[in-house]
Design a protein around this ligand. Structure first.
Ligand code: F6R
Length: 610
């Protein structure tokens, strides 16, 4: 959940490290720091900030440390509060060995006690600080050997950048249960928590595997295991371009990413939705016989990805006629699930690194289930640990709140459900064609909805004065209501709850009065009339109702306070149009309230601890 960066090359490291940290800031922004080694003086210069990278940059403005080797860190606090003293990089007692760390060292207390008893002096409250001290403890050995020895003593998760005053031509990276890549140029190297930080410099990226160490010198990288056995480097070519990772003229990444929904849909369908309406899940297609072998489907995810899982649960059961169950991955891992080879486990994770989800995935795999990761990040942990990976191809998502990747997750689940339905012989050709046409037309429908942003923004500004919201829907739109509420609360800090409309009168309706508005998803679908009754019920309690209704429908005009009209189309496609409307609504409420939309408080883009 922290972001780490390292540089070794022929240029001044400081500005490159700062740029890298800026692009990694979505991973955490509680504090930041860099250390740069000056070959001439043999000294390391460390600068930290107790808040965002901007403060660090300001501190370095007048005096940029010189050096062509350096490491940097942007922190999301886990052990020890956000503070200057807890900011990385951390060093050993002698200040020779410098380390940045992302992850959690589970046995740090024992290690710390042991090191303290041997005279080591700790200055921070972090778990990370044990690492440079453990390395120092192996004094007499070269840095790489000492690092290997230290890492063998650690349990937990780590992605590390390490350097030492004694070896000014060596940058070391290591990973275990936390992501780390190395961007490779002709004569310079960028170690980073993810690809976003290296693509401004290179598209050639070495993906470090679990338990691997990369030793980077001017001669190039060498990858080994913790035991020193050589490993063939896994190098990929990334096709994201730099402009994809920038705001593209929008005021926030999140807004840009909401507007990228039509492209996200098109990219999800590309090559997968065939002209005849059949689906080919490129890269992870199983035969019809394989798919028929699955008697049930388990969908795992967290937060927004869990809401996508709920949509998947609905359509897989509805279209393919096989039992499907969405589960919160953090809860699933503590259950005793009765799954096995007859279960297809679908793991939904934008980042591919969410710790709760990865643990659930590994648990499902250990029980013999076939696992499929639906993720946006190529070669991420989820992708590598699963039997198959279905990539979102949605491009980098920088805004902490997921937007386009939720849309892409849902479309990919539609494709998977359709593929399962076909294999099970449960999707009539007419339905297949109807669905495929609706999906093909979806980018156009999304553009139409996005074109009405000014109207949605206007409503959002008017509703921004309320402190509480209830989002309701039925069927697929129950999941969309949950997601609409999550989006609003996480970026605007306004209390919002989502519930099935049917559950209203079993409790939540008691909350409602004229200061507690209801956002009701009332677009056409199997439960249209039931939804209408629920809207009447809440309106009767005096709650303002903002309704999403199908274009041209007026049956709720009398009982709703405001309406947003959604183009008429297939129910599956409408759910995605509704999603984007609710994303825009949340975004504009947050902007009206002056919130930090792209980096909401207390959150991080990639949650790599449980
Ligand atoms: C909310 C949000 C989070 C993530 C969750 C899982 O907008 O982004 O709820 O969906 O942390 O992240 P991934 O999908 O990367 O596993």
């Amino acid at each position: 959940m922290c972001g780490i960066i390292g540089y070794l090359g022929n240029h001044e490291a400081t500005p490159l490290l700062l740029d890298g940290l800026k692009s990694l800031e979505y991973r955490g922004y509680d504090s930041a720091g860099i250390a740069v080694l000056d070959r001439t003086s043999g000294l390391t210069s460390t600068t930290k900030s107790e808040s965002k990278v901007a403060l660090l940059t300001a501190r370095l403005q007048d005096c940029m440390p010189k050096g062509r080797l350096g490491i940097g860190h942007t922190r999301w606090a886990t052990h020890g509060k956000p503070s200057l003293v807890n900011a990385h990089p951390h060093t050993d007692c002698g200040g020779r060995i410098v380390v940045v760390h992302n992850g959690i060292i589970e046995n740090f207390r024992e290690l710390r006690d042991e090191l303290v008893s041997r005279g080591h002096i700790f200055v921070s409250e972090t778990d990370s600080e044990v690492i440079p001290h453990l390395i120092e403890d192996a004094s007499g050995e070269d840095l790489l050997t000492a690092v290997r020895g230290a890492l063998k003593r650690i349990t937990g998760a780590y992605a590390l950048g390490i350097m030492s005053r004694d070896e000014p031509d060596l940058l070391i990276g290591a990973r275990m249960n936390a992501p780390l890549v190395l961007g490779m140029c002709q004569d310079e190297f960028f170690l980073a928590s993810d690809i976003t930080a290296v693509i401004p410099h290179t598209k050639k990226v070495l993906i470090l595997g679990e338990g691997e160490i990369v030793a980077v010198t001017p001669m190039g990288p060498e990858v080994t295991t913790l035991d020193g056995a050589p490993v063939a480097p896994k190098i990929i070519h990334v096709d994201w371009d730099v402009s994809q990772a920038q705001k593209g003229g929008f005021s926030h990444f999140m807004l840009k990413e909401i507007h990228e929904a039509p492209d996200a849909v098109a990219n999800a369908l590309r090559g997968r939705l065939l002209p005849d309406g059949n689906v080919n899940l490129q890269g992870c297609d199983l035969t019809d016989a394989d798919l028929r072998g699955f008697q049930n489907v388990l969908l795992l995810g967290m937060g927004t990805s869990m809401h996508a899982a709920l949509v998947g649960e609905h359509v897989i059961e509805d279209w393919a006629g096989i039992p499907a169950q969405a589960a919160d991955a953090s809860e699933f891992r503590y259950r005793r699930p009765t799954i096995g080879p007859e279960t297809l486990t679908v793991v939904l994770t934008q980042s591919g690194e969410t710790a709760d989800t990865i643990v659930g995935l590994r648990q499902a795999k250990a029980l013999g289930s076939y696992t499929m990761a639906v993720t946006n990040v190529v070669a991420s942990t989820a992708a590598r640990d699963s039997d198959a990976a279905l990539y979102l191809n949605a491009g980098p998502e920088i805004g902490v709140a997921s937007s386009k990747t939720f849309v892409s997750h849902v479309v990919n689940l539609y494709l998977l459900a359709a593929r399962l339905a076909s294999a099970h012989g449960r999707m009539p050709i007419e339905r297949k064609q109807e669905l495929s046409q609706a999906l093909r037309e979806l980018p156009e429908g999304l553009r139409a909805v996005l074109g009405r942003e000014a109207e949605i923004a206007d409503l959002a500004r008017r509703y921004a004065r309320f402190r509480n919201f209830l989002f309701v829907g039925r069927g697929i739109n129950h999941a969309i209501a949950l997601e609409g509420a999550l989006k609003l609360k996480e970026i605007s800090y306004v209390h919002a709850e989502g519930t099935s409309a049917g559950a209203l009168k079993h409790g939540p309706i008691a909350l409602l009065d004229q200061d507690f508005p209801v956002v009701a998803i009332c677009t056409d679908g199997a439960t249209r009339d039931k939804m209408a009754s629920n809207v009447h019920e809440v309106a009767a309690r005096g709650a303002p109702v903002l309704a999403l209704v199908t274009q041209g429908e007026h049956h709720l005009d009398d009982v709703t306070t405001d309406r947003i009209e959604i183009p008429a189309c297939d129910e599956a496609a409408v759910a995605i149009l509704n999603t984007v409307v609710l994303q825009l609504f949340a975004y504009h409420v947050a902007v009206e309230l002056g919130r930090d939309v792209d980096q909401p408080r207390n959150l991080a883009k990639s949650v790599t601890v449980e």
